[in-house]
Design a protein around this ligand. Structure first.
Ligand SMILES: Cc1cc2nc3c(=O)[nH]c(=O)nc-3n(C[C@H](O)[C@H](O)[C@H](O)COP(=O)(O)OP(=O)(O)OC[C@H]3O[C@@H](n4cnc5c(N)ncnc54)[C@H](O)[C@@H]3O)c2cc1C
Length: 460
């Protein structure tokens, strides 16, 4: 019996649409199935940055000599090799060619916007014009031009397999569509509290402070569907979380330089302006929370700015202190006692910090921001938790060719995965801005090409 399509792509974010376009270009007939009412998923909400090395954009911006080798070395060192080297290597090798491919389709990555994302000094973060939404628009236009079918509002509920365990189709409610290969591109599970409990203890521990910035469709279906046909879940407790005082559900990526962040012992543990890619990990090492301490002078000076709109603004801080959300006391000792911080530790930290602030040099953590001494009562302490969930990194294990792998480390025939649903790519520390969207495009395109090839082979 003739199959309905060569390739069925489940999910229409950056990974799914890249896969669909690439599979169509490889000669496959393709269907994209999307559970929501429009294409794009979290990718449409995203900045869409692409972390890549050795690109023409870098060269035009005067960044010469960056290579996939250098990116691989940095990536693996940061991840302490606790990721899949072969998968990371493939991402690094294909990052530049895939970015050029996206540019060929019409995505613009202005050289002026290139920046050093994450903790590395080499500019590898490529923000696209029009952010993630424009990348989706471009990909979706190409999907349409290639006559790739899409069905919206249709959630895939199961994968269909034959007697030999090959994936040969999908179930959408009572309907079934047959194919040569399926590409799982269902995104992460940030919108699924049960999966967060199961796979992401660091996020679960933040309790009702936690909120997810991505799309509703991120329910982790890729994991459920993949596991049901023998797929393996990898990358336990991997995600990007941001530090927040939990006042509201507004996205602020960084902490302002004027505050002092201490743990329960009253000790600082980082440059408070450290990259958003490392702050959650540092907070987790302090037991999952810390306190931002400041005085009345710093509070009064906290003006609204493009970067700080929602939390670190004088009237909001006052309001939160009035509501009892922030601790406010006339002495540092009382502040420490009420907040549960060691008073001696806090006083010692503040003494040293104030000397450094006067001399304009942070001798402890080399913070470059202007430091505000803590002198004028009342004194404030706002609890901070790593509770804004941006994306999840636990998911299906793939090999470097994007095949979903079973317990025996063998590919499940006919099943590919790409994007946030993949679990063996992200380490404990995020590589940097573009380190999630980049691989979505890289592995989406690769999955499309490989699934098309496989589908052709099983047709013969
Ligand atoms: C606000 C925001 C900003 C971000 N900024 C950046 C950034 O600048 N750089 C970066 O690297 N990363 C960034 N990220 C993360 C990055 O955007 C995501 O990791 C990435 O876009 C995920 O793409 P995806 O294709 O894997 O999944 P998605 O884009 O989420 O697409 C998955 C799709 O699958 C659909 N789906 C799910 N289950 C089913 C099912 N059973 N049947 C059918 N369809 C299904 C979903 O509805 C969804 O449309 C950001 C994320 C957010 C939310």
């Amino acid at each position: 019996m003739a199959r309905d399509y060569d390739v069925i792509v489940v999910g229409s974010g950056a990974a799914g649409l890249a896969a669909a376009v690439a599979a169509a270009d490889a000669g496959a007939s393709v269907l994209v199935v999307e559970s929501e009412k429009r294409v794009g998923g979290s990718s449409r909400l995203s900045g869409g940055h692409f972390y890549a090395a050795g690109t023409s954009v870098q060269r035009e911006a005067g960044v010469v000599g960056d290579t996939a080798d250098a990116m691989f070395e940095h990536y693996m060192t940061l991840a302490q090799w606790l990721v899949d080297p072969a998968v990371v290597r493939r991402y690094c090798d294909l990052s530049a060619p895939t970015l050029e491919w996206a540019m060929g389709l019409g995505v613009k990555y202005p050289k002026e916007a290139l920046y050093a994302s994450g903790v590395g000094s080499i500019p590898r973060g490529h923000p696209p014009e029009g952010e993630g939404a424009e990348v989706i628009n471009v990909l979706d236009r190409h999907r349409t031009n290639r006559s790739v079918d899409v069905v919206l509002d249709s959630r895939v509920t199961a994968l269909v397999t034959d007697d030999e365990g090959r994936v040969t189709g999908v179930k959408i409610g009572d309907d079934e569509a047959t194919c040569g290969a399926v590409i799982m591109a269902t995104g992460g599970f940030g919108a699924n509290p049960e999966m967060i409990e199961k796979y992401l203890p660091q996020a679960a521990a933040t309790g009702d402070w936690r909120w997810y910035i991505g799309a509703e469709g991120a329910r982790g279906d890729g994991i459920t569907l993949g596991e049901a046909v023998g797929g393996v879940v990898d990358g336990h407790d991997r995600a990007l979380l941001l530090a927040t005082p939990g006042f509201s559900r507004d996205l602020e990526v960084a902490l302002p330089g004027w505050l002092v962040m201490v743990n329960r012992q009253g000790r600082r543990f980082c440059d408070e302006t450290a990259s958003y890619t490392v702050i959650a990990g540092l907070l987790n090492k302090q037991g999952g929370h810390a306190y931002a301490v400041f005085d009345e002078g710093a509070r009064a000076d906290a003006k609204r700015s493009p970067q700080f709109q929602a939390y670190w603004v004088n009237e909001i801080l006052e309001q939160k202190a009035d509501e009892g959300v922030i601790f406010r006391e006339d002495t540092l000792a009382a502040l420490a006692t009420n907040a549960g911080i060691d008073p001696e530790g806090l006083e010692g930290t503040v003494e040293r910090y104030n000397i450094d602030a006067e001399e304009g040099h942070d001798t402890a953590f080399f913070k470059k921001a202007t430091m505000a001494p803590i002198r004028t009562p009342p004194f404030y302490a706002a609890e901070i938790r790593p509770a804004i969930l941006c994306w999840t990194g636990t998911g299906l294990r793939i090999n470097a060719d994007t095949c979903v792998i079973n317990k025996a480390d063998k590919p499940i025939r006919g099943l590919y995965a790409a994007g946030e649903t993949v679990g063996n790519l992200h380490g404990d520390v995020y590589i940097g801005g573009g380190g999630s969207y980049g691989p979505c495009l890289v592995f989406g395109k690769l999955a499309g090409e490989n699934a098309a090839k496989y589908a052709r082979s099983v047709n013969d």
